[in-house]
Each structure stands twice: as structure tokens, then as C-alpha cells.
Design a protein around this ligand. Structure first.
Ligand SMILES: NC(=O)c1ccc[n+]([C@@H]2O[C@H](COP(=O)([O-])OP(=O)(O)OC[C@H]3O[C@@H](n4cnc5c(N)ncnc54)[C@H](OP(=O)(O)O)[C@@H]3O)[C@@H](O)[C@H]2O)c1
Length: 701
């Protein structure tokens, strides 16, 4: 039977002695605590050398892990580095026949594996996350792997180890620091004079707290765990993910009390029984009968995967419920000058001729800024999302006045900002995806996945139209049958308009494709007929004479508020869905026809208890394109989803289904005067029936 002995400088109260089998061999595993007594540890090493196959050394501060650390004999490092008395052990070491390990190699393999497996299991888990390493040196290898998924890393080593009030912000900087070549280290001598000075200490504590507050993930060394976090409050740790090793119950309890959301425990588990990493690595050394430096990462990994739980990091949710937070950004912009007029700073100048025009022009050049944080989105699946509404300054008029590159430039600035904030995907709102090639260039150049949200906008618009038609009750809808009615789409050749045409062609017997370019309309007709041959399609550029026959109209142009359709010619009881932003139908137009139901496309009621600043919609309600961005993060689909003007029908179906899965609901349908109640709809319906009677007098009895 092989013998593994862990000599720990920790308490002897936790000693154990048991037998187990590993890789088909029998082992006796013992732990002997020396209660901090180095001489006793030395004596034990000598005494047990002859009868032991591998020693583990426990309760010691690990030396900094460096590149190629697996090639370094970490035990030797320990023996030379950690304690004044270590020289005794160092001298002794060369005389020992038995290998000695602190478990560092296994720990580093486990760190790497934990990050990679979480990233794989929960797609994009670490993408763009803001990660704070309290000791980058201890987690050098973890940081190296993490740098593949996020650039938002902060290392507190200079602040905590050297008392220098400066963080490092990239893996490259950590690398230089590890090699002793970082510029920051030149500050060290002066720090010796100043670090005990109270103002500097206070300042360092302050910046450390701020760094913790900004982080999504905090990596806490397992040695001296409490030294790193004991002064933290829920303000620093609340809602955070903590990565650590050997998360004992007391540590979990402590983190729970500070409101931590998730604890990722990267401790490797080669045995069912909980033993220290040094014991596990000593076991591997004894089992393989190799010298430490001959054991490769792959061998370590293979051994970890030979146990059922060895490869999976432990996820602890202190609240008892799984937490999966995802992050998005969404770009918005002012829809018209009217929005500027409401701004405090602009109000005094509203009546000065040309002043608002000037503001509109100037603000279009402004770099993007965060308008609102969005919190509280929670899917019934348990997935959660938070995000940022980033605004660019251009109104539709300004975006159309400049070249598309003008808007692309600002959208790419917004994408960089989104990435820095930690967003895993960015959506493009309203006109930002109308200009140029509808998101294609931005998606190509941005270092974050982009979606225009148009798949969900199209599906939302028709979702709302279907709901409104059903509630009006003027069109006969029979299960499994096409609707015997007529429908027209304005802006039919556009991104949203063309999908609406495709969807309506499946539901209605006759569809009128209305646009400005007959060639584009003919091409659209041909492609729809390939998918849906059993529909009557008409291509028109002069819609007026057909308006009186339409039961449903969808208008999705980028006409920027110009008059697109003459509402006075529309059939009484028609349902018009106005998808355009700015709207294609003004409140003045709508008021002309109280017998027509004009709804403002399909807005989406978000799941959970969402909070954000006013975006011109009722609380908890979002534009469908914003909702698409949110659905994608909730489903961990961090990918370019909808871009360009050829929206894929498959994606429209997919996002609709995904939306239902994540608790998205059609918001109460609304018009220019707000939400329509059942009474409002009843009134429109009565007026429509009245008007229809006048149009077609009932035959005399
Ligand atoms: N409600 C929402 O949640 C939501 C979401 C996204 C977008 N939107 C809005 O939906 C609208 C369409 O967006 P999109 O991405 O589909 O834009 P798009 O691909 O650029 O399509 C715009 C369509 O409008 C037509 N058009 C432009 N000016 C016109 C005019 N003066 N008269 C008649 N037709 C005109 C264009 O015709 P040509 O092909 O002849 O140029 C094109 O077919 C925009 O107003 C956008 O802001 C709303």
C-alpha cells in the first residue's frame, strides 16, 4: 500500500488517517498538523521520509505562479520562499528521497479547467465580464485563460502587495509584473516610505472598494481569504460572482451575508472525501511514480476526468436559487427635435429662432453616452439580464443628412463602450439600423455581436395586428384557414416591411405590396410566391385606390414622419399597424378617423421587474427590437442575429418562440393616445359598423 502524508502547518485538530484506492492501487492517506511549528514539520519530513511515497505541504502561502509554472518545482519554491525557517527545510529538501508538493500544479490545471468548462457549459459565461483579481500573481494561469474571453480585467496586486495606488488592466501588464519588468515596480521603493502613511492607505482602500463595486466577478485567493474580503460590505460584494478555492462553509456563510450571487469553487476533487490540494497532488505523484516536473497538464486533466465530479467546478448559489446574469447594450437616439425641447438646458432657448436646429446639429456630433441602466429582467427559466441604453445624438433627420459612415462611426464607439461595460451583445434601435446597410458594416467591425432587432419587430408588429383584428371582430378568423381578407404593407421592400409581407402572405388570401420601386416589388413578389404559392399578391406604387378595400394595413417606412398614406381613404374598421419610428401617421391624421384602429406596432412586456429610465413607453414595456436583444442574452445567444435587409423567416420564428420561453408578452396594444381599453376598441368598432352601413345601405325590407 502506498503512503501519502500531508504535513500541514495548520491545526492538528483536523488530522485524518484513512485508506482509499486510486487508479487501481491502495493508498493510506494521513494528515498531520503541526500547529504552526516549523521544527516539528522538519522532524516529521525526516522521520517519515523512508516510508512515504509523496509528501504534501499544507497551510502555506503559495509562491506566485508564473508562466510555465508547471516546470517550476513549486515545493522547492515554497521551501525557499515562504518562511524564515524555510532555510532549514530547504537544506533538508535535497536530502529527502520523497517528492514534496504544495499542490500548485493541480490547482492551476483546475483553475484553467474551471474557466474553460464554465465558458463552454454556460455559453459565453465570461464574455466581456469585468473581472477583478485581488491577486493576479496567484491566479496568473486563470487570468491567462480568462483573457481569451474578456479584456475587462483588473489586477489589484500593486495596490494590495505593494501599496501603490494603481491597478493593472491587462494580462500583458500582469505578465510584465510577474517578470518584474513592469514600470509600476519602479514605484516600489518610494512606496516603502509612504505605504504606512494614513492618507495613502485610505486612498488605496477607497479605490479597491470602487474596483470591487465595478466588477462583475471577483477572484479571491484561498490563502488568507479573510484578509482580502473581511472588510467588504454588500456594497462591494452584493450581486457579485466570486471565484475562489476551498470555499468552506464559513466562507460561504460570510459571502452569503454580503449578498454574493454565485460562488465558483475551483477546488479539484480527485477523491470523494474532501482533502487539500497538496494531498491530491501528492496522491497523483505517488500513483504515477513520476517526478513532479514530468507530470503534464494533460495527465492531471485526465486524472481529474477519471472521477465523476473532478472536472466540474462547484457552483454555490447562496440564495438557494441558481443565478445566471447576462448583459446587453442597446443603442437609442432622439426621434425628433421635440425631444430636445423637453431638455432642461434647451427649454429657455426654444423660442429663439434657429436655436433648437443648432442644438440638433451639435448633439449629432456628440460621442455616445449611457442614458440608462436596465435592471430586474428575469425569465421564467431563471435567467436574468441587465443592460445599458446607450444613446447616440443624431435624430433621424441628422442621420439621413450625413453619410452612413457618420452613424457607423458613432455606433462603433457605442460598441466599444458596450464592451467595456461588460455587455455580451448590442442591439441597434430605431434609425440606427435604417441608415446604410442595416447593421452589416457595424456587425463586421464591432468587437461585440450585433443585432438590429428587426426579426422581433416584424413578429411583434404582426402579433399586435393579429390581437387587434381579433378584438375588433370585424374579420372572420377560422382555425386552420386563411383569412378571407385584404391587407397592404407600406415600405414593403424594407427590412421589416418585407418580413411582414411574408408573414401576411401565409395568413391572408390577398396581400398588396406597396413601395416606391416596382422592380424591387416584383422581385419581392417572386420570392414570396416561391415560399407561399397560395396567395394573391399585388405590387403597387399608387395605393390610394385600393385603400378602401383593406382590412389590415402595416406601415413600416423610413419616411421620417412624411405623409405616407391618406387615412381618409381607408375602410372603416381597418386595423393599421404603424411600425415606423418616427410614426408614419401623425396624431392629427389618426384623429381624422375614429372609426379606424391605428396601433403603434407590437411592443413587448418584459418579464420580471424591469427598471429603466423613460423611453416613451409604459413601465416594463420595451420596443420589440430592444426585446430581441434581451431575448438573445437571456438565451445566451451571443451572436450576430439579425442584420441586413433580408430578414430570415426562420429567425423570426426562432425569436418569437425564444421570446415565449423567456416570458415575453405582447404589451397592451396602444395608439397615439396611449393604451386601448376594451371600451376604446368597442367604440371604434361601433363607429366602423355605423360608417359601413352608410357606405352600403342595407337593402329595403
Ligand atoms: N417599432 C419598432 O420596434 C421598430 C423597430 C425597428 C425599426 N422601426 C422602424 O421601422 C421602419 C422601417 O425600418 P426598416 O429597418 O425596415 O427600414 P428600411 O429597411 O430602410 O426600409 C424602409 C422602407 O421605407 C421605404 N421608404 C422610405 N422613405 C419612404 C417614403 N418617403 N415613402 C414611402 N416609402 C418610403 C423604403 O422604400 P425604398 O426601398 O423605395 O427606399 C423602404 O422600403 C423605420 O421607421 C424604423 O425606425 C421600428
Amino acid at each position: 500500500m502506498k503512503q501519502v502524508v500531508s504535513i500541514s502547518l495548520g491545526s492538528s485538530n483536523n488530522n485524518y488517517d484513512f485508506q482509499t484506492s486510486f487508479l487501481g492501487e491502495k493508498f493510506r492517506i494521513r494528515r498531520i498538523g503541526t500547529n504552526g511549528d516549523y521544527d516539528k514539520a522538519v522532524d516529521l519530513l525526516v522521520q517519515l521520509d523512508a516510508e512515504t511515497d509523496a509528501f504534501g505541504l499544507g497551510s502555506v502561502k503559495l509562491p506566485p505562479a508564473r508562466k510555465n509554472s508547471r516546470l517550476i518545482d513549486m515545493a522547492a519554491n515554497f521551501l525557499n520562499y515562504v518562511h524564515d525557517d524555510s532555510s532549514k527545510i530547504a537544506k533538508l529538501r535535497s536530502r529527502l528521497k520523497t517528492p514534496v508538493t504544495t499542490g500548485d500544479h493541480l490547482l492551476n490545471v483546475a483553475y484553467e479547467w474551471a474557466i474553460r468548462s464554465l465558458q463552454f457549459e454556460y455559453t459565453g459565461y465570461f464574455n466581456n465580464a469585468r473581472v477583478l483579481f485581488l491577486s493576479g500573481m496567484t491566479h496568473y494561469r486563470m487570468a491567462s485563460v480568462m483573457s481569451e474571453f474578456t479584456e475587462n480585467m483588473t489586477f489589484a496586486d500593486p495596490v494590495i502587495e505593494n501599496g501603490i495606488s494603481k491597478f493593472m488592466h491587462s494580462f500583458r501588464e500582469l505578465d510584465l509584473y510577474a517578470k518584474g519588468a513592469h514600470e509600476i515596480l519602479k514605484w516600489v521603493p518610494s512606496k516603502r516610505l509612504t505605504s504606512s502613511a494614513v492618507p495613502i492607505k485610505k486612498w488605496n482602500t477607497h479605490i479597491l472598494r470602487k474596483a470591487m463595486q465595478k466588477a462583475h466577478i471577483i477572484v479571491v485567493p484561498y490563502h488568507n481569504f479573510y484578509d482580502y474580503v473581511e472588510d467588504c460590505t454588500p456594497e462591494e460584494l452584493g450581486g457579485k460572482t466570486i471565484i475562489t478555492t476551498t470555499a468552506y462553509e464559513d466562507r460561504i456563510e460570510f459571502l452569503k451575508n454580503q449578498g454574493v450571487d454565485v460562488i465558483i469553487d475551483t477546488t479539484p476533487k480527485l477523491l470523494k472525501r474532501v482533502v487539500g490540494v497538496n494531498v491530491q497532488e501528492a496522491l497523483v505523484i505517488a500513483a504515477l511514480g513520476k517526478k513532479q516536473h514530468q507530470i503534464t497538464d494533460e495527465e492531471m486533466l485526465e486524472l481529474m476526468s477519471s472521477t465523476k465530479t473532478g472536472l466540474r467546478p462547484r457552483l454555490v448559489y447562496p440564495s438557494g436559487k441558481p443565478k445566471q446574469m447576462t448583459r446587453f447594450a442597446f443603442v437609442i437616439h432622439p426621434l425628433s427635435q421635440e425631444q430636445f425641447k423637453l431638455e432642461k438646458a434647451v427649454k429657455p432657448f426654444v423660442n429663439i429662432p434657429g436655436a433648437v436646429d443648432a442644438v440638433e446639429k451639435i448633439v449629432a456630433y456628440a460621442p455616445p453616452w449611457v442614458y440608462s441602466k436596465v435592471t430586474g429582467i428575469k425569465s421564467p427559466t431563471g435567467a436574468e439580464a441587465e443592460g445599458w441604453l446607450i444613446t447616440v445624438g443624431g435624430t433621424p433627420k441628422q442621420m439621413m443628412t450625413h453619410s452612413p459612415e457618420f452613424t457607423y462611426k458613432r455606433l462603433l464607439m457605442a460598441a466599444r463602450m458596450a464592451k467595456r461595460l461588460g455587455a455580451q451583445i448590442m442591439g441597434l434601435g430605431a434609425f440606427t439600423k435604417v441608415v446604410g446597410d442595416a447593421g452589416v458594416t457595424v456587425a463586421k467591425k464591432a468587437a461585440i455581436p450585433i443585432t438590429t432587432g428587426n426579426s422581433y419587430s416584424a413578429s411583434g408588429a404582426l402579433w399586435a395586428a393579429a390581437d387587434a383584428v381579433r378584438r375588433m371582430g370585424l374579420v372572420k378568423i377560422e382555425e386552420g384557414k386563411k383569412i378571407n381578407g385584404k391587407t397592404m404593407v407600406f415600405g414593403a421592400t424594407g427590412a421589416i416591411g418585407s418580413v411582414c409581407c411574408r408573414l401576411l402572405a401565409m395568413a391572408f388570401e390577398e396581400v398588396y405590396l406597396c413601395g416606391r420601386n416596382i422592380v424591387k416589388l416584383m422581385a419581392l413578389k417572386e420570392s414570396i410566391l416561391k415560399e407561399t404559392p397560395n396567395v394573391k399578391l399585388h405590387t403597387i406604387v399608387n395605393p390610394d385606390k385600393y385603400l378602401a378595400d383593406m382590412d389590415v394595413i402595416v406601415t413600416a417606412t423610413s419616411g421620417m414622419g412624411k405623409q405616407i398614406l391618406d387615412i381618409t381613404k381607408v375602410k372603416p374598421g381597418c386595423v393599421i399597424t404603424d411600425v415606423a419610428r418616427p410614426l408614419d401617421l401623425s396624431p392629427k391624421d389618426v384623429a381624422k378617423r375614429p372609426d379606424v384602429l391605428v396601433i403603434e406596432s407590437g411592443e413587448i412586456l418584459l418579464p420580471g421587474d424591469p427598471k429603466m429610465k423613460d423611453i416613451g413607453l409604459p413601465p416594463k414595456v420595451a420596443y420589440a427590437c430592444l426585446a430581441e436583444t434581451i431575448v438573445l442574452v437571456l438565451d445566451r445567444r451571443f451572436e450576430v442575429f439579425t442584420i441586413g435587409r433580408d430578414i430570415e423567416w426562420e429567425k423570426v420564428k426562432t425569436i418569437y418562440k425564444m421570446g415565449l420561453k423567456h416570458g415575453m408578452k405582447l404589451a397592451a396594444i396602444s395608439g397615439v393616445n396611449g393604451v386601448f381599453s376594451d371600451e376604446d376598441i368597442e367604440r371604434v368598432r361601433d363607429l366602423a359598423l355605423e360608417a359601413r352601413k352608410k357606405l352600403k345601405p342595407t337593402p329595403a325590407n
